[in-house]
Ligand binder design. Structure first.
Ligand code: CP
Ligand code: NVA
Length: 307
């Protein structure tokens, strides 16, 4: 079995916890090196970007190097993919050269097709549907600041997008309550909420931002216009009431954290006051992309023993 990292839904809670604890250990024990040799020495990871990225690109590149491996950066446009070579053939060819493929591609079915045809691990670096590496970093960040996330309440305010979907998956797998507030028109897909229900996730979705923020341990938001979205002005108008500001933060617990995967737009989904305020841990989140992904890389390319 090839160890892909495509979505949190693909894993049981114990395996995700094992990867998370491995990431924490690697973070605290100097890159997981044994006798000075990194666990991924001699391995090469291809980083494929069909869309722009700052954090994902740099953190995977640096993380792989810190684990002793090497990377190869490619953009979709530079590859024959951009000229019509199929995803399946690309997967078969790349599997002959590299030890793993991290890809950012909007079309989620292309990600799963790549994984189905690759004989090396494939890691989801964001699709239109989900962003699982981000949420592993977010949970690592929450737990570093506040201890176990199990039993806590996280609130998502704004658009129902890829990052929110991975939070829904995480609520079921890491056993916390997720309260979502979105405009009706941008409500989470029924299929996603049904998945949460059948997997024991306590996910409550509605339209009232203040209700969703009430007594929360962690307030989370994201851009109002994700990569691939159109009608920016219309989305802005719909989402204005969901801006995370001091008034909304005051509905949450006094020690609630504020999270955002970044890039952020001050004055839109979050005010500068909250984004740069004492409850914000957004730059710890960004740093933890590196550490969480080192856990993921070690598990995918090195196996459980590399954790
Ligand atoms: N949060 C995140 O994935 O950022 P990038 O788009 O910069 O990779
Ligand atoms: N929801 C955002 C996340 C960016 C990291 C997007 O898809 O553009």
């Amino acid at each position: 079995m090839v160890r892909h990292f495509l979505d949190l839904t693909e894993f049981d809670s114990a395996t995700l916890r094992q990867i998370m604890e491995g990431a924490k250990r690697i973070k605290s024990t100097r890159n997981g090196a044994r006798d000075g040799v990194g666990p991924l020495a001699g391995k090469v990871l291809a980083l494929v970007f069909e869309q722009p990225s700052t954090r994902t690109r740099v953190s995977f590149d640096v993380g792989m190097r810190e684990l002793g491996g090497q990377t190869l950066m490619l953009t979709g446009a530079e590859m024959q993919l951009g000229r019509g070579e199929t995803i399946a053939d690309t997967a078969r060819v790349m599997s002959r050269y590299v030890d793993g493929i991290m890809i950012r591609i909007l079309d989620h079915d292309s990600l799963t097709e790549l994984a189905a045809n690759a004989t090396v691990p494939v890691i989801n670096g964001l699709t239109r549907r989900s962003h699982p590496c981000q949420i592993m970093a977010d949970i690592l960040t929450y737990e570093e600041h506040r201890g176990p996330i199990t039993g806590k309440t996280v609130s998502w305010l704004g658009d129902s997008n890829n990052v929110m979907a991975s939070w829904v998956h995480a609520a079921a797998r890491f056993n916390f309550r997720l309260k979502i507030a979105t405009p009706e028109e941008l409500a989470p897909p029924h299929k996603l909420l049904d998945w949460a229900r059948t997997n024991g996730g306590e996910v409550i979705a509605g339209e009232d931002a203040e209700d969703a923020a009430a007594d929360s341990d962690c307030i989370v938001t994201d851009t109002w216009v994700s990569m691939g979205d159109s009608e920016a002005e219309r989305r802005h108008n719909l989402l204005k009431p969901y801006q995370v500001n001091a008034r909304l933060m005051s509905r949450a617990k006094k020690d609630a954290l504020f999270m955002h995967c970044l890039p952020a737009h001050r004055g839109e989904e979050v005010t500068a006051e909250v984004m740069d305020g004492p409850q914000s841990v957004v730059f710890d989140e960004a740093e933890n992309r590196l550490h969480a992904q080192k856990g993921i890389l070690a598990w995918c390319l090195g196996g459980p023993e590399a954790l």
